[in-house]
Write a protein that binds this ligand. Structure first.
Ligand SMILES: [Zn+2]
Length: 611
């Protein structure tokens, strides 16, 4: 018996050798000093660099970061789930088991002492890795300086004007979007597919601000989204894996904006107001209407909140201006926040506030709202409209919208094999299978099937086909133009709505859309005018028809025709006398005057011709 006792005693040290915490305990006695020096060095580096933002911009943000931290996302985007979240979960489980064992072990004191000695060097290593992989972006030049935006504290009248424009933009963008049973805007292709579409907006935004170009990112769905909901967190960027992560319990209207916000962080913009502004920009320039709406909605909420804080009545006037669809969506967002409000959320807000302040954000969590100052600065820079000319091209390539099942399985196997050495063979098979499994399908062959799906009475099937057709672009236009000539008003409505999402890629349909401005059904004529508006200068052949539509019996047709003429720009010069005439009627005046400004390239405040 005794020998067995001895034997099991003898086994114990071997067991504790395997204890996770033993790894941490094997630090040299001098390690805490080294750790302390590293922390002090890191803090000193941040302090010094905060005083040389141009240097950080040149050397780190545009030099080292895109090569190091910015590249991490290129690798991790291949995984369908968040590697960062998996690592955190595994580490948390490992620490919990290790501490539980420690609590039950004999001779705890010396081990605890060694652990305390290890804590500082480990924290120092993580802190330095955080700074070098991403954190120094807090010290980069403010985006407003790089983009030459004139940021200054906002005045009430400026805020009210901005809020009104953003509320109207959100109302317009909401029109025609698919809804769920409760009338809340719905992402027709599902949340996961929507996440994969986020990047398309950044390709457009990068043509405006090349600094937004970068390794294509793939926002990841958080497996523990519910935990993040209780913490009041809508998304999180993991700098150690370069992954933007999104809380999947968010209502559909907010999800695209939340995903775009996190991608901005991945592009090297750490400050929250900048992530909000650039995320909004990527949504606004996105080829898909649901993303555009999400961006306009978020921006309008920030603007109206900022105005309400200064002038409650003015804020309420703007709220009253919102369309019923937008109001339903905002109610859903509010209900989401209410559902998860509680002590965890309050503590998490305080932690985030302290974290942001420690990174030099003097206003802490209030810095998210400073996005309004950037929106106003943009308005000052481009006075005739909040929007710069919108480059309209359809969304991302086919392959990006979603890997098929085989691809997902291969990638997951690869990830699993990385975690367990014994599964290395599985990993090799997965690597060999990846290129085969993840290649895209040829797009043209899909048109007839998608057109059939578009006509399906189930709105979910139809909505999904609509987005797929928009993504496909030109090859789908002839069949949609044919649908516009159908005797069935439902088919004409479907076609005109789809073509609206095409932007300039639908330009081959301009003659048919121009003819559709004479359709007997009001909503179809509105859709045709909206589709032409979305094509910008490419719709110039429709000018005579649009001029005729300025006298349409329906107010919305008149309004959208004026907008379309404005978006055609100088090529619609011949329409100016008709627009001047139209501006005399109250309902259409703002749209007509705006159109004249765009055609004549006038700045805001410059008088438009009166005859
Ligand atoms: Zn953020």
């Amino acid at each position: 018996m005794g020998s067995i006792e001895v034997g099991s005693e003898a086994l114990r040290p071997t067991r504790t050798e395997l204890d996770g915490l033993e790894i941490l305990s094997r630090v040299r006695p001098g390690a805490p000093i080294v750790g302390l020096l590293l922390v002090v060095g890191g803090l000193g580096l941040q302090w010094v660099l905060a005083r040389s933002p141009e240097l950080v911009e040149r050397v780190f943000a545009r030099g080292l970061y895109p090569l190091l931290g910015g590249r991490l996302g290129c690798l991790t985007r291949l995984l369908p789930i968040s590697l960062g979240e998996c690592i955190v979960l595994v580490l948390a489980g490992w620490l919990a088991v290790a501490f539980w064992r420690l609590a039950r072990a004999r001779e705890r004191r010396p081990r605890l002492r060694r652990l305390r000695r290890a804590a500082l060097p480990v924290a120092a290593a993580l802190y330095l890795a955080f700074l070098l992989l991403w954190g120094l972006n807090y010290q980069r030049q403010p985006f407003a300086v790089s983009a030459r935006l004139d940021v200054r504290p906002s005045r009430i009248d400026e805020l009210a004007a901005l809020g009104a424009i953003l509320v109207d933009e959100a109302n317009q963008a909401r029109e025609g979007l698919p809804e769920d049973g409760a009338g809340i805007m719905r992402l027709a292709d599902g949340r996961l597919h929507a996440l994969a579409r986020t990047e398309a907006g950044f390709r457009e935004a990068a043509s405006l601000y090349p600094v937004l170009a970068g390794c294509p990112a793939r926002p990841k769905p958080l497996l523990t989204s519910i935990v993040f909901s209780w913490l009041g967190v809508t998304g999180i960027y993991f700098p150690f894996t370069g992954e933007p992560n999104v809380n999947m319990t968010l209502p559909d209207p907010e999800l695209p904006f939340a995903a775009a916000h996190e991608i901005v962080h991945q592009r090297g913009f750490a400050r929250e107001d900048e992530a909000n502004y650039l995320g909004y920009l990527a949504c606004r320039l996105h080829p898909d209407p649901d993303f555009r709406y999400s961006g306009h909605l978020a921006a309008s909420v920030y603007a109206v909140n900022a105005l309400t804080a200064l002038d409650r009545a003015a804020g309420e006037r703007l709220e009253a201006r919102r369309s019923s669809g937008v109001r339903r969506d905002l109610a859903a967002l509010l209900a989401w926040a209410e559902r998860y409000r509680g002590p965890a959320e309050r503590i998490s807000q305080r932690v985030n506030d302290a974290y942001l302040r420690s990174q030099g954000e003097a206003q802490g969590v209030r810095s998210y709202g400073r996005v309004v100052d950037l929106l106003l600065a943009e308005r000052r820079a481009r006075p005739s409209s909040v929007c710069p000319p919108r480059p309209w091209t359809p969304s991302s390539a086919q392959g990006e919208v979603g890997h098929d099942l085989v691809c997902r399985v291969s990638v997951t196997l690869l990830a699993v094999s990385m975690l367990a050495r014994r599964l290395i063979l599985v990993g090799v098979v997965a690597v060999l299978g990846l290129p085969l499994a993840c290649r895209g399908r040829p797009p043209e062959a899909e048109v007839p099937g998608l057109i059939a799906d578009l006509q399906n009475p189930d709105p979910a099937v139809s909505g999904k086909a609509n987005l797929a057709l928009i993504r496909l672009g030109e090859p789908a236009v002839p069949q949609l133009a044919e649908m516009l000539k159908s005797g069935d008003v439902r088919l004409r409505t479907l076609a005109v709505t789809a073509l609206w999402g095409f932007g300039e890629k639908g330009r081959a349909a301009v003659p048919t859309l121009a003819a559709t401005l004479g359709d007997p059904v009001d909503s179809v004529r509105v859709g045709a005018a909206m589709a032409l508006e979305n094509m910008g200068p490419h719709a110039k052949d429709a000018v005579p028809d649009l001029v005729r539509s300025l006298k349409d019996r329906d107010g919305k047709v008149r309004q959208w025709s004026a907008k379309a003429l404005g978006s055609i720009g100088p090529a619609a010069e011949k329409a100016v006398p008709a627009l001047v005439q139209a501006a005399k009627s109250e309902g259409i005046r703002p749209a007509a005057e705006e159109a004249i400004r765009k055609i004549r390239v006038l700045r805001e405040g410059q008088p438009v011709p009166e005859q």
